[in-house]
Design a protein around this ligand. Sequence first.
Ligand code: NAP
Length: 311
Amino acid sequence: MESLGVLLTHPMNTYLEAELDRRCKLFRLWEPPPASRKDFLRANSPSIRALVGNSTVSADADIIEGIVACYSVGFDKVDLAKCRARGIRVTNTPDVLTDDAADLAIALSIATLRKICSAERYLRSGAWKAKGDYMIASKFSGKTIGIIGLGRIGSAIAKRAEAFGCFICYNSRIQKPNTNYKYYPDAVSLAKDSDVLVVACPLTAETRHIVDRNVMDALGPNGVLINIGRGSHVDEGELVKALMEGRIGGAGLDVFEHEPHVPEILFSLDNVVLTPHVGSATVETRRAMADLVLGNLEAHVMNKLLLTPVL
Ligand code: NAP
């Protein structure tokens, strides 16, 4: 792979960066100052035959030939139509991050319903001693969990929630065979019957704002929204309004419409739990994702079958 010119869009994992540096000819897009990045790309594009981006940053297909290896399972930042037209291959990192994303969905569900983060803030602030017991919260075990997108991650969330005695229902474009979970053909009817609504589908034109005002109102004042998909699955402006007006019960969010910007009004709400897009952010999983990126680049160079092709 020594001759493969790889453009890394930003620092995303030290192991991945070190291995790319060791095995390929690495170009770091963040090294030149922003004003001279275009010149940097123009000067080096004849050597660049691969791009490694992730769920937050990719780059325009015009600047490369060869392959885009996403360091994420979601490839919504990649212009697939353009890549297809230019014969550029695309890969992602499915499966290896499924457990972590599903673990986080359950953690956010429990943390939101049981108010774990605000209870902890209460204790740390000395309020327990000064004011007495913290307020009581809501139970997670036994609740009805509605999942939008019963794929790898959605199914792993369902399996975990079943162990908590939860009732599982879901929405997807096609009803899944081999499952007894209750199917709903649309997000509004799913939300209406759910205590906890979890978003775990890919971001596409069809799923942008799949959780809109109607879905939030169907979820209702006792319902909780969990988003571990992508920020743009949820109409964030409507979510803020629904939370402020008490039209939904709470939210556990790992992803946001304009990352890393998060509506600051959410910081003050005790029924909201926020994490900075850390669904796959464990040492073990990030290493496995890096190995998959490297494996795909190696297969591409050696003209072998790609390990996890999208295109
Ligand atoms: P997957 O296996 O492809 O599953 C996606 C599921 O979504 C499929 O079952 C699909 O079923 C369903 N779906 C697609 N379009 C839909 C629509 N219009 N309405 C309802 N359901 C729809 O993907 P995955 O590996 O589970 O990953 C899912 C997403 O999670 C990724 O794309 C990524 O954006 C996100 N993610 C986030 C993090 C994080 O850090 N927060 C980490 C990993 C992944 P049908 O085809 O039948 O519709």
